[in-house]
Design a protein around this ligand. Structure first.
Ligand SMILES: CC(C)(COP(=O)(O)OP(=O)(O)OC[C@H]1O[C@@H](n2cnc3c(N)ncnc32)[C@H](O)[C@@H]1OP(=O)(O)O)[C@@H](O)C(=O)NCCC(=O)NCCS
Length: 434
């Protein structure tokens, strides 16, 4: 994990000046100060939520206290203390290859008041985040997005994809393995810690993963204030034959008029082993009085499709999920292990300048990358935007695919060699929102 604490980093002066030119103030917000509650109100409003209760605001404070909160104020407004722009960020880590992590500047809570939209507030806030992260030495920034149209202009691009899964259990008879471990209901008391413990192990092995945090796990466990479904949360853990907890599913069941065909919604299903995955999926699919199982943020092609008689009973709707932004090309490329040797010169174009340049990427037989600048005037084999680099970095998208889309250019043989090298050992997946 990064040794730099983002909370100690100064406010970006370029953004402060740009906003000041429009009569707006740019300021850091202390989660324990008076400005916290209006900040939290502005975030809730930005994401179309209602006014939070004191309990909800206090619960959110537990998370936001660990984050770098930045706000934009219009001091001429009716409520000058309520921000017209918000963003939060924190240092976390991204798994780039199984067992291997790199620092990630995570960004969230990007909102602009609808009264102040399209005046460059988001541009100032995002620019401020990227400049601060780059100056602090972060090679990558990341976020999850509400709309696919917003962040490309700042060099972000999808790097991991996820499926929303819906299963018609009346058609999906189990044909998968029968694991030898056991399943048990576990209480809501302590559930957040239990989910966190399994996820901590899962996320270290899965490229594209980032750690969760207490607030995220309390939300999933149904113990966060304001969770109307909280009382309905149930959880089942899988223990292997040695008694080690290898997986957990947290779910709720909603009524349907047909009492034999309720909807089961999976809040989290984290499995550390194929056995745990099979046992937990079998449990939800064979749950009595359930007709539909829904689960979000599953693998792009969820393995459960291979575990039922009728694979079309499992609908998987693919969406881009985590977007990455490369800030430092050599460090980003060296952060992962590769599948095959490679020697290629790449030019990266970045209108914002952070990643602009040309590099020679040499991957040895050991799968490790050495990245050095290409001398001025030397030719390159491949050209791509910083966005394309973010998309191929973890192997979630392939260079040949992006070349077919006209986003990457280079000789077919070179692009195929990049595909072989960048092939991930597991499909990258981010299994939470951040
Ligand atoms: C998305 C949002 C943050 C944009 O804020 P904003 O201050 O209006 O954006 P800016 O004025 O800085 O716009 C910067 C550029 O992005 C474009 N843009 C902004 N929002 C966009 C959107 N939703 N879709 C497409 N383009 C968008 C602007 O047109 C502008 O383009 P330009 O550089 O070519 O002129 C704001 O609309 C918002 O708060 N939405 C609701 C919450 C949300 O969705 N947040 C994102 C969380 S992931």
């Amino acid at each position: 994990m990064a040794s730099i604490d983002p909370l100690t980093l100064p406010l970006d002066q370029t953004s402060a000046a740009d906003l000041a030119a429009s009569g707006l103030d740019y300021a850091r917000v202390d989660a324990d100060g008076d400005a916290y509650r209006p900040f939290q109100r502005a975030v809730a409003r930005g994401f179309l939520g209602g006014e939070s209760t004191d309990d909800e605001a206090e619960n959110a404070r537990l998370t936001l206290r660990t984050r770098r909160l930045t706000a934009v104020y219009d001091r001429d407004g009716v409520e000058p203390g309520v921000p017209v722009g918000t963003v939060d960020s924190w240092a976390t880590e991204l798994t780039t290859s199984p067992g291997r992590q790199t620092d990630l500047w995570a960004i969230s809570a990007v909102t602009v008041a609808p009264t102040h939209r399209r005046r460059g507030i988001a541009r100032a806030m995002l620019g401020g985040e990227l400049r601060t992260a780059a100056a602090a030495g972060f090679a990558l920034a990341g976020l999850t997005v509400t709309e696919a149209t917003i962040y490309g202009r700042w060099g972000f691009s999808p790097a991991t994809w996820a499926s929303d899964v819906e299963v018609d259990t009346t058609r999906a008879r189990w044909t998968g393995p029968t694991p030898t471990g056991r399943l048990d209901f576990v209480p809501r008391d302590g559930l957040a810690d239990r989910v966190s413990a399994v996820h901590e192990r899962v996320r270290r092995q899965r490229p594209g993963s980032v750690p969760g945090w207490d607030g995220r796990w309390r939300g999933i466990a149904g113990v966060a204030p304001g969770d109307k479904e909280g009382e309905k949360v149930r959880a089942v853990a899988y223990r292997d034959t040695d008694g080690v907890e290898r997986g957990i599913v947290v779910y709720t069941i909603a009524d349907r008029d047909d009492f034999a065909a309720h909807d089961l919604s999976v809040r989290a299903l984290f499995a550390e082993s194929p056995d745990a995955y099979a046992a937990l999926w079998r449990f939800v699919l064979e749950h009595d009085l359930v007709g539909t199982v829904k689960a979000w943020l599953q693998a792009p092609v969820p393995p459960v499709q291979w575990m039922v008689t009728d694979r079309r009973a499992v609908t998987a709707t693919l969406t881009d999920h985590q977007w990455l932004r490369v800030l430092d090309v050599p460090h980003a490329l060296a952060s992962r292990a590769y599948a095959a040797p490679l020697r290629v010169a790449v030019r990266v174009t970045d209108p914002l300048g952070f990643a602009d340049g040309a590099w020679r990427l040499v991957i040895g037989d050991d799968g490790e990358a050495v990245v050095e600048p290409v001398s001025d005037g030397d030719s390159v084999d491949v050209e791509m935007t910083v966005n394309a680099l973010g998309s191929i970095l973890l192997g979630g998208a392939r260079a040949t695919e992006l070349a077919a889309a006209g986003i990457v250019s280079g000789h077919t043989g070179v692009l195929a060699a990049i595909d072989r090298s960048f092939a991930p050992s597991m499909t990258p997946l981010l299994d939470i929102w951040y």
